[in-house]
Each structure stands twice: as C-alpha cells, then as structure tokens.
Write a protein that binds this ligand. Sequence first.
Ligand code: URA
Length: 233
Amino acid sequence: MTAQTPLTQLIQHICNTLDYLKASGCTGFDCSRQGLDSLARLGVAQPAPPPVGESLSDIRNDLGDCTRCPLSRGRTRIVFGEGAEHARLAFVGEGPGFEEDRSGRPFVGAAGALLDKIIIAMGLTRETVYIGNIVKCRPPGNRNPTPEEIATCLPFLKRQLAVIRPRVICALGSVAARSLLETKTPISRLRGRFHEVMGVAVMPTFHPAFLLRNPERKRDVWNDMQLVMKRLA
Ligand code: URA
C-alpha cells in the first residue's frame, strides 16, 4: 500500500466530513458571512467533529439506549445490525419484526430464513455480508415506520454504511429502497437495475417477507442477485 501524504490525508478527511454531513441530512451550506455569523450567535457555528476513522462500535455507543423517536417506547431491543465491518455486500431491510425485537438481531424470523437462503445461493455467508435496517426499533404491529422515524434513525445506518463502504447495497423492499434512494417510485420500478447512494451501487429488490407471500416473484429477486454477484466479482 502507498503511504498517505498529508495532502491525501487532508483530502480523505474532507471526503469523510462531506460524506458524514450528507449522511446526516445536510443538503447544502450557507457560507455567507451573514449565515456564519447568525450560526455563531446561536452557538451552533461549529458542526459536530467529523467522525474520521469512526468504527461501528463508536456508532453503536453514540446510539446508546436511544429514545430519539417514539419507536423506542415499544421496543424490547435495539437491532443495530450485524456482519462484517468491511463487508462487500450490505443488505438493508425495513425494520425489526417480532423475532428481531426479541433477539436484537436483524432478519432472524421467517423472512430472515429466506434471506439466509438467498445469501447462501449467492455463495456468501451471513458472516461475510452486513445486514441492517432503515429503523432499529420495531414499529408496533409491524406497521411501516413513519417519515419522522425514518428521518431520525437513517443517519445512523448511513454512518454505518460509510464505515463499511460496501461495493453494493441491496435494499430489501419498498421502505428500504425508497428511503435510501429518497424517492416515491414503487419498488417494482426501482428493482432490476443499479442506483447510487453515497457513491455506492444500490440494488433494490423485493423484500423476503413479500416473497413468502408471492413466491412467483423469487425469479425476479434471483435475477437481481445475479446482477449483484456480477458487480461483486
Ligand atoms: N424485516 C425487516 O425488514 N428487517 C428485519 O430485520 C426483519 C424483518
């Protein structure tokens, strides 16, 4: 590996900072003197120090015993996500269900068993990929998370993805795909081709729970996974 010069380190630092701000929802800067002065007067002139070199466990610590949104009131456990810190493939689901809420682990129920089969069929294992969710606490009765709940939780997942830096993110189902891609386009129109988020290729596909109810769509998912495998090869 080539040694990093101070300049390349600085550029890396700036890239990490911009990635972090983007992942935290920042869409632009008001760098006018007036803008900076008014921020300074509010005491918020300094953005949070960029988490250069942060790890997944730093993010887990930062999340703590989260009560940032109402989902915390009904949960048993936070489902942070699990897998390889530098996985080449990350799966992102919607949010924990009953089994995940009990165990604190993602995709361990019936949908998880099907996801396991998909991962094995791709020649991979759960340990070599990363599995996370858009929200980390179970929505009551497995309802969809609200836009506010998603907006509160998603920055943590984006920070996790910024650490993992997978080559491909596979968004499982409509909530995951639409939240990551910031679109209202239906999953049936998003799937089957790569999109891009945070400079990473994103393949939306149907959620395993949907496949359990609609097994005839498994062929579509397998086609999507073949595209992912080609991209990883
Ligand atoms: N469904 C999801 O979207 N995520 C899980 O972790 C489990 C089921």
